[in-house]
Design a protein around this ligand. Structure first.
Ligand SMILES: [Zn+2]
Length: 99
């Protein structure tokens, strides 16, 4: 369990890119909780930005979608592997709004 969490954390952090600080916690039900915060927004003293989403793959996707939007809105000059998912993230946002 711990090893798999560490492996997921490492993989997710690589996708999120160097600006993200990514952590996976366990909640009371031993479910993964994904937490992404923005190191640059923290460093500049802006209101701390973070996404916090419970769940395994669903939680990962929801947190990463929010991170992708944060990067494109606030840090358009930065590149990160997760930006490859921008179109998918927009599609999911669109579907959620349509519900
Ligand atoms: Zn930021």
């Amino acid at each position: 369990m711990v090893a798999s969490r560490a492996a997921r954390e490492k993989k997710a952090a690589a996708q999120a890119g160097p600006l993200a600080r990514l952590r996976i916690d366990l909640d009371d039900d031993q479910q993964f909780v994904y937490k992404i915060s923005c190191t640059e927004c923290v460093a500049k003293g802006h209101r701390r930005w973070s996404a916090y989403r419970p769940g395994e793959d669903n939680g990962f996707m929801a947190a990463m979608d929010r991170w992708v939007f944060h990067l494109t809105e606030k840090h358009p000059d930065h590149d990160a592997p997760c930006l490859a998912f921008l179109a998918e993230a927009q599609q999911r946002l669109h579907e959620r709004r349509g519900q």
